[in-house]
Unconditional design. Structure first.
Length: 299
């Protein structure tokens, strides 16, 4: 019995919330994963996982055991990296995902700095306006905007963004500045569907949520086209603050109704390996966390 193999399989099942995910992560067949878990439980004489047709849950004993297993795997990984010199020379391929505009504006400069610093690493960037499954799609690091669901992923908060309503100064000069949510009905509205799928803006008034249903003169599937329409003076739009930060800084756009903004959304860097992350992932995390926390538009 290869105990290292068995605990590696067990940790993978816990981290991926199932046998199928562990099989994909470890490039094993699902029956082989099942056999490994059965063998480990038989050796220990206790049940580590509770299986149903739909879910796999960790028992109390399994929860204690997995923490020790992670520590053992981490120590072995660190020993391997130390002897091979990987602590000073990250190598391999790194896969990162982020929303489209955030990826282009914030992540790309970090990736290029990272690749310049570590010439033995290559990178794949998946900039998509959808939530990418890190395990199923083989992603090492993700940037997530918004509340995170409960998961086994490791998350480090690096900042926050606001949902802002903005328009060009010329538009506001000609059409007036709204002073209450009800005033929005008298304005030309540009709706970016990736942020507001329906022409309904979720605001907050006196600490209570308030939804304002609007008629959008222009509905667009991309945030950058909504930005362009607003900068061009066509109307009001609602976007995340980072998407218009430069235009706000230069005065091409101005925010309105800031007192009705809902709570800010957190920005996290998420990864799936915990302390067992390879050196190429840890080095990227260190750089990304430092750079994003330094950015005034996110903090």
């Amino acid at each position: 019995m290869d105990r290292f193999h068995l605990i590696n399989v067990f940790v993978a099942v816990v981290d991926t919330n199932g046998f199928a995910g562990a099989a994909r992560k470890l490039n094993m067949s699902p029956p082989a994963v099942t056999r490994a878990i059965n063998e480990l439980e038989t050796h220990l004489g206790l049940r580590l996982l509770t299986r149903t047709t739909r879910t796999v849950r960790v028992t109390d004993a399994g929860e204690r055991y997995v923490q020790d297993c992670r520590r053992i795997l981490t120590e072995m990984l660190e020993a391997d990296e130390s002897v091979t010199g990987m602590h000073t020379s990250p190598r391999g391929r790194l896969t990162i995902t982020a929303p489209v505009l955030f990826g282009g504006m914030y992540v790309t400069p970090i990736v290029t700095e990272y690749l310049t610093r570590y010439p033995e690493v290559s990178a794949s960037c998946l900039f998509l306006d959808r939530v990418v499954n890190l395990v199923d799609e083989g992603v090492d690091v993700a940037v997530r905007i918004g509340a995170l669901p409960d998961s086994t992923m490791q998350a480090i908060r690096v900042g926050q963004v606001r949902r802002v309503i903005c328009a060009a100064p010329d538009y506001l000069a000609h059409h007036g500045i709204p002073i209450s949510p009800d005033d929005l009905h008298a304005h030309t509205i540009v709706s970016a569907s990736s942020v507001t799928p329906n022409p309904e803006w979720k605001l907050q008034e006196k600490g209570e949520p308030r939804n304002v249903r609007l008629h959008a003169r222009m509905i667009t599937t991309t945030n950058d086209s909504a930005v362009a329409a607003a900068v061009g003076g066509f109307g009001l739009t609602r976007l995340l603050s980072y998407q218009v930060a430069e235009h706000l800084r230069t005065g091409k756009l101005k925010t309105v109704l800031p007192e009705f903004e809902p709570p800010a959304l957190p920005v996290h860097v998420v990864h799936r390996e915990g302390r067992q992350a390879p050196q190429r992932v840890r080095a990227f995390l260190d750089l990304a966390i430092e750079r994003l926390r330094q950015d005034a538009t996110l903090n």
